[in-house]
Ligand binder design. Sequence first.
Ligand SMILES: [Zn+2]
Length: 120
Amino acid sequence: MPALNYHHRNCGCSFCCQVELQDERAEELAQPLYCSGAVLSEALGELTVDQLAAMAQCMYAGDANGLFDIMLRAQDGYIKETIERRADDVNCSRFEAVEFWLTAYEATPAPVTRSWSAAA
Ligand SMILES: [Zn+2]
């Protein structure tokens, strides 16, 4: 997590607060990435055979929560990694990295809001 090198979580100084505020805004801005089929397709493509087997077993057992959990983690992890990688590569903020990927994926806001209670 390279971003953490530059500030301290819950530190409270104005610099750290600013970074955290920007991170929150970046998270909101990333909504279209979470609703993008192209992004989800790539995230699922990164799954290992073991992870896919766990998904298949959840489906067979009718374990919707288990299946959702695996998919959510895969998607969330993939998007966060993608954003961090871009921010590292060109040394930009996470906010700018999100803007870059929105353009790259041609992702536009979808008419749904995230149910944060579902995120682990
Ligand atoms: Zn600080």
